[in-house]
Design a protein around this ligand. Structure first.
Ligand code: G6P
Length: 611
């Protein structure tokens, strides 16, 4: 979490930085700050969002060709002006911005306190820059050498940028565990947590790797690693359009992204799946495909919505590939000495490709000898690079904090992977395989049909906007959809919601049901339809308010439901891609009606780069 931007070149640095910070606000938005160099190294920082910082710096001398900025998601120290970044060193000659956590900061701080340092904030970051300066003074070395030496002594994760009052053309950046992209323009350089603040100016980028230090000094970029080995910068062209990261007429990014799903699902399948020729290819799997086909077990690691996509994939892989699947929260997996045997294959799912727990789970599984496949949205992200093979979801940038189009794209990719494996293993008939390819191609149009129900769903939202609790129930493939529906509502509307397997309801949640309780059933026509009908009856008998997502033409469930949303029929295994869409819209409208900031819900961040 936290977003960082830095600039050096011929433009006004503050303009590039403020714009960039706005693009990175999805990474955290509890406080912001900027450092500029003109009549000194000046730091301006403020609790609150970037717009507040903008107001705060108005009237200051902002004229500077070099600078850096930060938007924070608090870890050490509450969100306030003091804890906001950038932080000064003891002499105020240096400043730093940092994304990550320095785990041994307490020990470093003790040493520095003993030496007489005083600190203005409670952050690990301020300790870090004091430490760097202390090294520079003791070793009498260059700033980049001091940064390097400091990095060999800190434990934790970081993406940092350091500036010095004495070197007005110098930016030093480094990363380990937290992302950092360098933009290479004509006579100008950019640094940012992702490429979105950069692409407006250049699409030539260098993704910094872990343990690498980038030094931009007087218009020249050099890279070395923390052991002082010089490296050649690998400049890549990033394929990202500006319009993809703007709202395009929608009121919120989340709504835009929900409505983008027909296109993102199509983009995800483009060039990979063609039912007419029976073609299904994922180039990124090729080298390690046999490992998947021969896998004794698949372990899926992920967090949040991606974990829900993993749960759907469990059903899909087990049904069609006949491979046992375990779906793990990455944060649990990484700390419980899991058994990873030869023959196990790990699939890591992550929209951002930067989630710290998922990355750590990958590293752990790798250390135990596992082959890792990645399903990521962000090209060039840390997870994409840490895995042996994988497939991108190609959903385009997802900016709303609540994940929507990334989820359906993840399901699309995971289904494609499973179908390839099933076909090669011979665990699916040719007929079923072809049928599913045809059905997958119908998904964009079917999602479009659900999106046409937006106004109807808005009316339902009106009814329930003041609810204090919500229950989501589904079975089989629709059970993870129930979890995802509940998560969406919690995240953005702050209404307490729980997702449950419909039949499990009677072991607890049924006690919550009364005339006030909305219960959303994902009750499409599938193999557990009759059972779900009984579950609806059980809720009705206790006066719960039933909202049902049903398959078009259903005549039974509408009779038992206060509200019904009809979705087009599709193969049972593909239904989550359709049935989740009304739930996304329902939470969106409820949140908007409650006056919540749907794109930047409180306490959350899109890219969780701390554990
Ligand atoms: C955060 C986001 C969620 C996301 C989760 C996992 O909590 O707010 O929307 O599902 O992280 O992120 P990832 O990028 O790994 O999919």
């Amino acid at each position: 979490m936290c977003g960082i931007v830095a600039y050096v070149g011929h433009r006004q640095a503050h303009e590039v930085i403020i714009k960039g910070l706005k693009r990175l606000e999805y990474r955290g938005y509890d406080s912001t700050g900027i450092a500029l160099l003109n009549d000194g190294l000046n730091v301006y920082k403020k609790k609150g969002k970037v717009t507040e910082l903008e107001g705060f710096i108005k009237g200051q001398n902002l004229n500077s060709h070099i600078g850096m900025g930060h938007t924070r998601w608090a870890t050490h120290g509450e969100p306030n002006d003091e804890n906001a970044h950038p932080h000064y060193s003891a002499t105020k000659n240096l400043a730093i911005i940092h994304n990550g956590i320095i785990e041994n900061y307490a020990a470093l701080k003790q040493d520095l306190l003993r030496k007489g340092h005083t600190f203005l904030s409670e952050t690990d970051t301020e300790v870090f820059i004091h430490f760097i300066e202390d090294i520079q003074q003791n070793e009498n070395c260059t700033l980049d050498e001091a940064v390097r030496l400091a990095l060999t002594k800190v434990v934790g994760a970081y993406a940092i940028v350091v500036m010095s009052v004495h070197q007005p053309n110098l930016l030093i950046a480094a990363r380990k565990g937290s992302p950092l992209v360098l933009g290479v323009g004509r006579g100008e350089f950019f640094m940012a947590s992702d490429a979105t603040p950069i692409i407006e100016y250049t699409n030539e980028v260098v993704y910094l790797n872990d343990q690498e230090i980038a030094i931009i000094d007087n218009g020249k970029l050099t890279i070395k690693d923390t052991s002082n080995l010089p490296l050649t910068p690998y400049v890549q062209t990033v394929d990202l359009e500006l319009e993809a990261i703007e709202k395009g007429g929608y009121e919120h990014f989340m709504l835009k992204e929900i409505f983008e799903q027909p296109r993102s699902i199509k983009d995800c399948m483009r060039g990979r799946l063609d039912s007419a020729s029976g073609r299904l290819i994922l180039g990124g799997l090729r080298e390690y495909l046999n490992k998947l086909i021969q896998a004794d077990r698949i372990i899926i690691v992920a967090c949040g919505t991606s974990w829900h996509a993993g749960l759907v994939a469990e059903y899909f892989f087990e049904e069609f590939c006949r491979i046992p699947v375990e779906v793990e929260y990455a944060s649990e997996f990484r700390y419980r000495n899991p058994i990873v045997r030869e023959g196990d294959v790990v699939i890591a799912i992550s929209q951002s490709g930067e989630t710290a727990d998922t990355l750590a789970a990958i590293e752990l599984a790798k250390s135990k000898g596992a082959i890792i496949f990645g399903v990521c949205n962000v090209v060039g992200s840390s997870i994409a690079r840490a895995t042996h093979a994988g497939a991108y979801t190609h959903a385009g940038p997802e900016i709303g904090v609540a994940s929507t189009k990334a989820f359906t794209a993840q399901l699309t990719v995971l289904n494609m992977i499973a179908l390839i494996v099933a076909q090669k293993k011979g665990t699916i008939t040719e007929q079923k395989f072809n049928e599913l390819l045809v059905e997958m191609e119908t998904l964009p149009a079917k999602v479009e049909k659900v999106l046409n129900l937006n106004n109807q769903i808005k009316k339902i939202a009106e009814e329930f906007k003041d609810s204090r609790n919500f229950l989501y129930l589904g079975r089989g493939y629709n059970f993870p959809v129930a979890l995802e529906g509940a998560l969406k509502l919690k995240e953005i509307s702050y209404i307490h919601a729980e997702g449950y397997p419909a039949a499990e309801m009677k072991h607890g949640p049924i006690a919550l049901i009364d005339a006030e309780m909305p219960v959303a059933f994902i009750a499409t026509k599938d193999s557990s339809y009759e059972k779900v009908v009984s579950n609806i009856q059980e809720v009705k008998a206790r006066k719960g308010r039933v909202i049902s997502i049903v398959t078009e033409g259903d005549i039974l469930i509408p009779k038992m439901s206060e509200f019904v949303i009809e979705v087009p029929p599709v193969a049972e295994a593909l239904m989550p891609l359709i049935s989740v869409v009304p739930l996304q819209l329902l939470s969106y409208h409820i949140a908007v009606m409650r006056g919540c900031n749907v794109d930047q819900p409180r306490n959350l961040a899109k890219s969780v780069t701390v554990e």
